[in-house]
Design a protein around this ligand. Structure first.
Ligand code: PHE
Length: 355
């Protein structure tokens, strides 16, 4: 029996075969177990004669099974490791790297150029109240900019007063002018001419108008500029814009033309055209073969300065507002605005900037 069992143990090629042998020998009905049971019925003499052999058999079989089990487990582990081997020479999957969107790229360029001129970056909420977006900017109730077709109004919350003005999606970045001046006036309240200004900020961000064609999308980007100080004139405005546009388009021959215009929040107001020339059939910024409107500007209206709590007899300044998407289109030769916001990876690959 011993030889039979030990041979069977050695011969088992897998763990389940070995388990079958274990049950055959040591299970409840196992042959070794049966032998052990017979000892109960033996006389003391018989037990003394046979006991050592039976116990020896059980021990030999138990040890043999344990040893064989260890061997089989090692074989299984080796097989698993061989199957999972890493081939370091296989080509790898390179995850697609993102790129910088042209609009984000232009925002970074703007922040850098204006930082060199001493401007900080200011921000404000995209959901604005009527006062910051219109009222404080001297935009009368009847101004067409407030008309339903241009402005996205936010539904009034349940239970709001009937005469409460609705919130709007800001239609321009000019409310950030207001927030900045109000904050400065508040912080320096009572400080007289010692506090309040100067202010030099740009405010890039999203704005919203109900509009849709090749050059207008309902969401687009503007950058606002605001300078408040003593003795600020149109000359400062023109120099600042010229310096900015030359740095942005990376050409010294960028020339500006200021055309008298009207904005409720500036007086006088000017629309700014930039000269372009035609190179290889394409319009490029620089030279003066033609003119393209790029931004609105003017001297901050004294009423706006006063509405924010600063003394307009003491503080003057200029402001400008400029479409960032339009700047991106001009600089990087994009001719349809709509795909700029469609997040088509093929378009982004073409116009995106390596991160
Ligand atoms: N807010 C104006 C617009 O959106 C632009 C502007 C800003 C004009 C500041 C003058 C001064 O059209």
């Amino acid at each position: 029996l011993k030889t039979h069992l030990l041979t069977a143990i050695e011969a088992s090629a897998a763990l389940d075969a070995l388990e079958a042998v274990r049950v055959e020998a040591l299970g409840k009905q196992g042959r070794v177990t049966q032998l052990l049971k017979t000892m109960g019925a033996m006389s003391p003499e018989e037990r003394q004669a046979n006991g050592p052999a039976i116990h020896g058999l059980r021990e030999a079989v138990t040890n043999a099974i344990a040893a064989r089990k260890a061997v089989l487990e090692q074989i299984a582990l080796d097989a698993q490791l061989a199957g999972e081997a890493l081939d370091m020479t296989l080509p790898v999957d390179v995850p697609a790297a993102g790129t910088v969107h042209p609009v984000a790229q232009v925002m970074d360029e703007l922040a850098e150029i204006f930082a060199d001129l001493g401007f900080a970056v200011a921000t404000g909420p995209e959901i604005e109240d009527d006062w910051h977006n219109f009222g404080a900017l001297n935009i009368p109730e009847t101004h067409p900019a407030r008309a339903m077709q241009d402005t996205f109004y936010i539904a009034k919350p349940e239970g709001a007063a009937d005469d409460a003005a609705p919130m709007v999606l800001r239609t321009h970045t000019s409310p950030v002018q207001i927030r900045t001046m109000v904050e400065v006036a508040r912080r320096h309240a009572g400080a007289g001419s010692a506090g309040g200004a100067p202010i030099r900020i740009i405010a890039p961000g999203r704005v919203y108008r109900s509009d849709w064609d090749a050059t207008h999308t309902p969401m687009f980007h503007q950058v606002e500029g605001l300078v408040i100080d003593k003795g600020i004139t149109l000359a400062h405005l023109k120099w600042t814009l010229e310096t900015f546009l030359r740095a942005f388009f990376e050409r010294d021959d960028v020339v500006l033309r200021l055309r008298p215009s009207y904005f409720p929040f500036t007086e006088p107001s000017a629309e700014v055209d930039v000269g372009f020339s035609v190179e290889k059939g394409k319009r490029v910024i620089g030279g003066d073969e033609g003119w393209m409107e790029v931004l609105g500007s003017g001297m901050v209206h004294p009423r706006v300065i006063a509405a924010c709590g600063l003394d307009p007899d003491e503080w003057q300044g200029f402001a400008f507002g400029c479409g960032i998407d339009r700047l991106a289109m001009l600089k990087y030769g994009i001719d349809d605005l709509r795909p700029v916001f469609e997040a088509d990876v093929r378009w982004l690959k073409h116009y995106g900037f390596a991160a």
